[in-house]
Design a binder for this molecule. Sequence first.
Ligand code: GRF
Length: 196
Amino acid sequence: KGVAIFVSGGGSNMRALVADMVEDHPARPAVVLSNNADAGGIAWARAQGIPTEVVDHRPYGADRPAFEAALNAALAPHAPDIICLAGFMRILTAGFIDGWAGRMLNIHPSLLPKYKGLHTHARVLEAQDAQHGCTVHEVTAALDNGPMLGQAVLKVAPDDTPDSLAARVLTLEHRLYPAVLRRFAAGDRTPVLLHA
Ligand code: GRF
């Protein structure tokens, strides 16, 4: 199965997914796509010889359907079977998502359904939660809401800051996302549950 990985920044999750997609894996990286030509993930993928696509969202302004038509046009030559959103920072409309129903995953840095949206680490500390972590889910039209495919849990430390927490969660993401993709690409939707 070919996997398209969408990034907006450094792409550390993309790099973890690519590193795991070696010989016995049911999937391979078909393309790395970004809305940002300067994304570190694009430069890294190019250096690895992985096909890349950049679709800058800015020329489309508020016309999300036009941006998303450009996304699908950029994907077409690579014929991916699965899309993995990995630090992709653009909201996708139901129109795009419906076209990829059941074939698009996302990783979110919280224990969903808690803390949908942004600034999850600060919100966890604010709430003085004992646990935190990350979730991989199927993407549906409701933001950060689809069926859960995996979660990784860690204990919040008394001296944790949003930055220290973000760093520890990111390390968990790099374990969780590859484990989920291996199962998902093999047609197995049994949730992966990990602890730090
Ligand atoms: C990180 O905040 C991560 O928690 C979230 O996207 C951001 C960037 O990830 N999934 P990456 O390094 O670009 O994969």
